[in-house]
Design a protein around this ligand. Structure first.
Ligand code: PMP
Length: 345
């Protein structure tokens, strides 16, 4: 039998790549999207959840009934919960009370125990979601704390899977890799592998406006003035993750909420690929990079599309949300293209 698996975890990795034909038509290079939404948990985080949990098993740190703990309301939480179901572990996630009810419902549907912690307390307050996760980890026997921002196995997961897949799928012809950075694991691990094959491959990181990562890459310092609230989830940070290997990255570009939202909807409408908010961000980053660094016809760009748009129905794909953000009235771009509800009165 082919394409038949023992359980859902057999589907993790080996994600397809698809050529982007319309949205990037002004760039002479060929642009391919690596569709991480094709993982069974619908995001790139399946790879690290499986890798980190299996590494802990190999070290004898987990037995049936053990507990896996993490602080996340995002994709990593969904992936850990999925892996825990199949492997028979408990999953505890601490999230902030800003997390939407539908996300908490999703995590609970996958069996996770969710601790909802106040968002408006300092990170070192015992009630913060960082401190709650740390306390639960220290009080729970037979448990591991994933700690994705500071876990080198996050890099290793992509060094061993995403990087080699991209090299093979492009038959070594890749010239540029571009990805949004949150923990930095996806880009760092893939970059490390790809640069070992061909040191000439350019690695481009996409940071969020409101985050310190681009500034830190350029100056080696944290510029507190860079920090402000922003809407895109999963990318950018107000601390420096050790899972982000800054020396692997040639250049960072910074994107804002509005243009990333616009691109996300444009990609859905023109490529029929319904990606998450950072899918728009990575293409916006690529188009910005191309202005200063013109591409050649033979260049082959791989852009990581990290997750699926179904998680953003009440956000970037909601006309109401777009209006609330004032993204519509600004009309810096032709929003009619991506915003065309007709209401029958
Ligand atoms: N996009 C989304 C939607 C994510 O959840 C993440 C993970 N935080 C990223 C991009 C960035 O991936 P990484 O953490 O590997 O840098």
């Amino acid at each position: 039998m082919t394409h038949v698996y023992d359980n859902i975890l057999g589907l993790i990795g080996n994600t397809p790549m698809v050529k982007i034909n319309t949205v990037t038509k002004d760039i002479p290079a060929k642009v391919y999207a690596k569709l991480e939404s094709c993982n069974p948990g619908h995001s790139t985080k399946d790879r690290i959840a499986l890798h980190i949990i299996e590494a802990a098993e190999a070290k004898g740190l987990l037995q049936p009934g053990s507990t896996v703990i993490e602080t996340t309301s995002g994709n990593t939480g969904f992936s850990i919960a999925m892996v825990c179901i199949i492997k028979g572990y408990k999953c505890i996630l601490s999230v902030s009370d800003k997390t939407k009810a539908e996300k908490i419902a999703y995590l609970k549907a996958l069996g996770a125990t969710v601790y909802i912690c106040p968002a408006n307390v300092p990170a070192d307050d015992p009630r913060s979601y960082y401190e709650v996760a740390k306390r639960i980890a220290s009080e729970t026997p037979n448990s591991i704390y994933i700690n994705q921002y500071f876990n080198e196995l996050n890099i290793d997961a992509h060094y061993k899977s995403t990087g080699p897949e991209i090299w093979k799928q492009t038959e070594g012809k890749i010239t540029h890799l571009i990805a949004c950075t949150g923990t930095g694991g996806t880009l760092s691990g893939s970059a490390k592998y790809l640069k070992e094959q061909n040191p000439g491959i350019k690695i481009i990181g996409v940071d969020a406006s409101g985050s310190i990562l681009k500034g830190y890459h350029e100056t080696g310092e944290i510029n507190k003035e860079d920090i402000h609230p922003y809407q895109i989830e999963g990318m950018g940070k107000n601390l420096i993750p050790s899972a982000l290997l800054f020396d692997q990255i040639d250049e960072f570009v910074r994107v804002n909420d509005e243009m990333s939202a616009y691109r996300t909807r444009e990609i859905a409408l023109k490529e029929a690929i319904m990606g998450g908010y950072t899918t728009g961000a990575v293409i916006e980053g690529l188009l910005q990079y191309a202005v200063k660094n013109p591409f050649k016809k033979d260049d082959l760009v791989v852009a990581i599309f990290p997750d699926h748009g179904s998680r953003y129905i009440t956000k970037v794909y909601s006309d109401v949300w777009m209006e609330e953000q004032k993204f519509v009235n600004n009309c810096v771009h032709n929003y009619e293209e991506v915003f065309k509800t007709e209401r029958i009165k």
